[in-house]
Design a protein around this ligand. Sequence first.
Ligand code: SF4
Length: 459
Amino acid sequence: MGELFQTFSHKAQREAIGMMIDSVLKKTPEKRREFYLRIAEMAKFFFGSEFTDEQYENVKAVIKGDKSRWMQYIDRVITETDPHIAKTTLLNLGYEAFLRGTKTIRSNREKYGCNIPWLILFDPTSACNMHCKGCWSGTYGRKYTLSYEEMDKIVTQGKELGVYLYMMTGGEPLVRKADVLKLAKEHRDVQFALYTNSTLIDEELCEEVQKVGNIMFLLSIEGTPETNDSRRGEGHYAAVLKAMDLLREHGILFGTSICYTRENVEAVTSDEFYSLLMEKGARFGFYFHYMPVGNSAVPELMPTVEQRQYMIDRIRYIRSEESGIEFFPMDFQNDGKYVGGCIAGGRNYFHINSAGDAEPCVFIHYSNANIKDSSILEILQSPLFMAYHKGQPFNKDHLRPCPMLENPDCLREMVKESKAVSTDLESPEEVEHLCGKCDDYAESWGNYLEEERTPARVS
Ligand code: SF4
């Protein structure tokens, strides 16, 4: 089946999988397992020997397992999601990005001798209707935007390299609602995910998203009304819950985006918080360690060593078979072992800010290239990106992945050698100033891992 499938053109493959998905979505969860097994077979033909036979068999065993928690989770997400959205997401994220895209990306990495990412994050605008304490978008000011043509250029050139997943942050991307929807309609074969403060999600937007099918949302929310609103402003928590209700009613996929700080670690991982998220229909979420980026950052908000260990233990418990919490959390700072360390600099992703500057990571505000006068490939081959390519992984311990937070000398060196300049348009920050805020943290965390770690905890 897989070999025959490989002889189809791209268009024919997409149509064949689309028909398969249509029929599968109408089936019972048990019958859907047969489809998942066929996808696992196809993956083997796309990825071949990049994974071992044992790995393929392990995946199949999970699919066949009657009580597999994660198969039940997938069934639930599919059942709750609008059928058109479910089909489009499976096609764009599953077939285009994961199966075809990964293969194209791998061959382009060889061909061009640089990192080629799996996703590109960009900021349609620096404008935001809110003023959250410590938000990096504030440091860009509120006057920068990518034109529609520039956003279209990012996606068009990205697709040529094999990139089929695009995330938007800001500013608030929904300030550019009309252009975001236009882009999603123009590029129906890619998946978009918007990091949003939720306040601009309304009935009309949900109806549009239902029709286009290839947009999902990551809502910013931080624990309790008190912990959330103290950073994001009075009334924000209630606005997020209202947006969740609207998205759930329309069968739109959404998760959460949570910045954990010294002040909110417990609140954003409590049983009560997860109960609320499950009740509201959020099924997955990204956690981000607070980073002291920008001249006005508050380093005291960085989690303590004990809090970081707590996050590792807590997130891994929630993902374990023992947990009954139907929510899949991912921790940007502590999940390095699943992705080989730092994913920035185009290794798996990079960021383009609202002024067009291409940054290795949303937290690393230095660059030698801008989308306004460079192609995506030129960005990936620019000096700072090539320094990432050469330097990754920055530490063999994937619990210390970051060239800034845990290995600040790496960033100092890369920025100096590449002659990258600050992309902070309001208050340029010297790399020494930024890295100086991470030195103590890096040392304490490094010492802790070397001295305190026990095999029973994290590896
Ligand atoms: S630069 Fe740091 S924060 Fe960004 S992806 Fe790499 S490890 Fe993560």
